[in-house]
Ligand binder design. Sequence first.
Ligand code: NDP
Ligand code: MG
Length: 388
Amino acid sequence: MSLTRRSVALLGATGSIGIQTLDVLRLEPDHFELVAIAGGQRVTELAAIAEEFHVRRIGIANESDREPLASLVAADVEIVVGSTGLAELAQCADIVVNAVMGFAGLPVTMAALLAGKRLALANKESLIAAAPLVVAARSTPGATVLPIDSEHCAIHQCLAGSRAGVGHPDVRRLLLTASGGPFRGWSHERLATASKRDALNHPTWSMGPKITVDSSTLMNKGLEVLEASALFGIEVERVDVVVHPQSIVHSMVEYVDGSVVAQLSRPDMRLPIAYCLGLPERLHHGWGMLDFTQPLSLTFEAPDREAFPALDLAYGAARRGGAAPAWLSAANEVAVEAFLNGRLAWAQIVPTVAAVMDQYVDDPLHSLDDLLANDATARRLTHGILEK
Ligand code: NDP
Ligand code: MG
């Protein structure tokens, strides 16, 4: 059976996930047509993508980049700006890939779902912050969320054979695997000396700077626990984290009869991207294929929760619910940015987030305005702590 040709909007096209999505699309011109792209500031890259794929709609973050971009693209290319531009582009294709970094991806997630689109979601921050709103938007006819994040994509595949997803009593728990990041096995004393260069040196994945830092603190895994809970509708008590340094087993589902179903491949994000684009078909490229004629060792261990308190901070935020995950994600985004700009030591990233979370007052998060207000408060408090 062949796929029907579907239109794709790729928002966050200039980043790590964006570039790998373009790799997939380049090989599948008969199945997918790229109709819209967006990025933040890299206008030269956006213009080059638009030319290669004949894209006629481009989104950028700032009005000041409109003229420079317009001078690089054909006169009939439409340029839209900011969050309203992103929301517009998220409604114009069959499949919307949200590869924007951070909370800035929220308009894409919400607009795509409210327009009844397939959302291929890399941007975990929007789902985590807006979980109650996303769950409601997902019930729009036609709307689906498929996770690009490799762990969640693995779980999606591991559940394919189960009768009714995680809500079914057959499923005992989800096991998210974690590489452990560059600091696995480091002592408290050694972690205190961790540098930016150390943190950006991920052992198994090559990714954008923010998620690479999140992987070094294990905040990424904490955020992924929240992501799994929101995506699959499962309480966090049934989501566990297992350190697996080889990054071959991308995650697992444990059933009540004792069976554990896992998904394996070499680490290559083009595989989950292609899965989310192609479903219900699988694309024929063999990304990350394993060679079982060669020795392969897979090891598993428990995470060091004392050295990496981000994990328990995330479980704590999940238990509080409401706007707590939005606070966690916002505070973390600000702290990581400060670290990347050389204003905060690595060892202070998670304590800074924890200090913000100490000030959280329960808010059930009823509306988008509510979410935006909470996000702004958490960011303001984090900046306040950083300035002390
Ligand atoms: P990058 O930093 O490499 O790319 C981020 C992208 O977002 C860029 O295209 C950037 O544009 C764009 N962007 C940033 N701000 C805005 C804005 N305000 N409006 C429009 N576009 C914007 O990040 P990654 O690709 O690594 O990550 C993207 C998302 O995917 C994150 O949520 C991450 O957690 C998730 N993810 C990534 C994985 C990976 O392997 N990289 C794995 C799993 C999840 P520009 O550069 O032009 O400013
Ligand atoms: Mg992941």
